[in-house]
Design a protein around this ligand. Structure first.
Ligand code: HEC
Ligand code: HEC
Length: 260
């Protein structure tokens, strides 16, 4: 009996190891001949994108800074001449880089390569164009979900109040550049949320909420973070499709030290 159990335990550990090895092998990234290999010019743009710290202000696939718009699909909406202009003169918080023409072209090639991999920030679910969270709450209730009273009160404040002027539901809006509130409790705690509301942060002004209003907003944001995936299912992304995560061998030799 004792020995039997030991064999079971051993078998389980061996199976876990085997499974993990399989997953790692699975996610090694594009194999030779894969369409994801990016051209040398785009690769050069990628190097510039990193060395100039573009990602500290701009997200790719929703990951990165949010001082500037998400650039995953920038090549689709920003003409190359506008990129040149931004890089030459800067705009608002974006500094002027004064790069040479070939570096600017390389950055443009990189943005095109990233754009070609698909959609970055997913569009908000259909019918979420009104007040930020009203549609999601309506869907939740329609499916028989409960919304506690303080959560509903907080949702009302966020939907009706000034928050909506900057924050959108379930997405970082490229033009408004305020973070997705449904992710708040994923990375900051209640004390920090209260501090942001009371004192503001960056370009967000202090909100001047009464203590009751602040409690309701906190309750709503906590609830929203907890139910985010049910309210607005996220599009699954595979690390294999992120061109800045795996660097496939372009014609030139690639090295493992390319990884961030
Ligand atoms: C300090 C923050 C910051 C850094 C660093 C930065 N940007 Fe920006 N960027 C911004 C802001 C803010 C805007 C919006 C400016 C505007 O709309 O007037 C912007 C706008 C853009 C746009 C236009 C996007 C659109 O949808 O209209 C592109 C393209 C862009 N930046 C590329 C870059 C690249 C490439 C780099 C690195 C070489 C870079 N940025 C570095 C803050 C930054
Ligand atoms: C003028 C635009 C604006 C308004 C109005 C505004 N916000 Fe913000 N908010 C921002 C920006 C921009 C940030 C990111 C600040 C930074 O770190 O640079 C932010 C950050 C936050 C954060 C922290 C999010 C995080 O993930 O770290 C919370 C929470 C928040 N806002 C809630 C609210 C609520 C609730 C309201 C309304 C009562 C509101 N905001 C109104 C622009 C705004």
């Amino acid at each position: 009996m004792e020995g039997n159990r030991r064999w079971w335990a051993f078998g389980l550990v061996a199976a876990c190891f085997f499974l993990q090895a399989l997953f790692v092998w699975w996610d090694v990234g594009p194999r030779p001949g894969s369409t994801l290999a990016i051209a040398p010019q785009a690769r050069q743009g990628q190097a510039l994108f990193r060395s100039h710290g573009c990602q500290s202000c701009h997200a790719l696939y929703g990951m990165g800074g949010f001082l500037g718009p998400d650039l995953t699909n920038a090549a689709r909406r920003v003409p190359p001449a506008r990129l040149d202009e931004l890089l030459q003169t800067g705009s608002g918080p974006m500094p002027a880089y004064r790069l040479g023409a070939s570096d600017r072209a390389a950055l443009w090639a990189y943005l095109q390569a990233v754009d070609a991999t698909g959609q970055g920030t997913p569009p908000p679910p259909a019918a979420d164009t009104g007040p930020p969270f009203a549609a999601a709450l309506a869907r939740w209730r329609a499916q028989g979900g409960e919304v506690p009273v303080d959560v509903a009160a907080g949702a009302q404040i966020v939907d009706d109040g000034a928050c909506a002027a900057c924050h959108r539901s379930f997405a970082v809006d490229a033009t408004l550049r305020a973070p997705d509130l449904s992710l708040t409790f994923g990375h900051i705690d209640e004390r920090q949320v209260r501090a942001v509301l009371a004192q503001g942060r960056g370009i967000m002004p202090a909100q001047g909420l009464s203590p009751t209003q602040a409690d309701a907003v906190v309750a709503f944001l906590r609830w929203l973070s907890a139910h985010r995936d049910e309210l607005a299912p996220r599009r699954a992304i595979s690390l294999r499709t992120l061109p800045w995560f795996v660097y496939p061998a372009a014609p030139a030799a690639s090295t493992a030290s390319d990884n961030p």
